[in-house]
Design a protein around this ligand. Structure first.
Ligand code: ZN
Ligand code: ZN
Length: 218
């Protein structure tokens, strides 16, 4: 739910009304900034109840933003809070819908969590933002698709993030069929082609660094 998500949904023809579950990894702006506009859009359109899963603190954040009259008070007049069911997760396993299992694990990034979704035919693990973390490896082991942040080359690494070099090690431990690099900072983007070749040589798996609107066949 980072910036631009609503506009991108419109461009690919996905009706926000069809979205009933949102997973938030952590409360940084680049991961939540379109959540509030999304809630308002739903409140003004179909008003169908939807579920938001997120780390500890997401309930308090949404209550403040949607209900506190000193902030966006008009959102409470629109009944925004009534259409959102908030679920705080940490180290959890739950059945989202029959046959769809959601697992979450805390990771090393500002109260963040990573998610794994197991479907009857495949499984997807998404790291969110994180420094290299054995809990993520444990969560992801045996997953078909690993979507992992790859913020910087190792010699430019900043903050609680994962370098391309670390990701090569993590991916070879997890062994997914498809690895998707995401959360690519400009320092990484400059050298993306070089790194994709290194990933290809080192790892026996399909590796993508998709651009917006790319489609990956799984
Ligand atoms: Zn972050
Ligand atoms: Zn981020």
């Amino acid at each position: 739910m980072g910036p631009g998500v609503l506009e991108k949904l419109r461009r690919i023809g996905v009706d926000p009304g069809s979205i009933s579950i949102i997973l938030i990894t952590h409360l940084h702006l680049d991961h939540v900034s379109d959540l509030l506009p999304f809630i308002k859009l739903k409140a003004l359109s179909d008003r169908r109840l939807f579920r938001v899963f997120g780390p500890r603190g997401i309930g308090e954040m949404l209550d403040l933003l949607v209900s506190d009259r000193r902030l966006f008070g008009y959102l409470s007049d629109l009944g925004c809070r009534d259409i959102v069911e908030i679920h705080e997760v940490w180290d959890d396993v739950l059945e989202l819908e029959p046959g769809i299992i959601l697992r979450s694990k805390p990771v090393e990034h500002f109260n963040g969590v990573a998610y794994r979704i197991d479907l009857p035919s495949t499984s997807i693990t998404y790291s969110g933002d994180t420094a290299p973390d054995p809990r993520l490896i444990e969560l992801a082991r045996g997953t078909s698709i690993l979507i992992h942040e790859c913020s910087f080359p190792a010699d430019r690494l900043k903050g609680k993030h994962t370098s391309a070099e670390d990701l090569m090690r993590i991916a070879s431990e997890v062994g997914p069929r498809i690895l998707v690099l995401t959360h690519i900072y400009p320092e990484m983007e400059e050298r993306l082609q070089e790194y994709l070749e290194r990933f290809g040589k080192k790892l026996g798996m399909v590796v993508y660094a998709p651009r917006d609107f790319d489609t990956i066949e799984v």
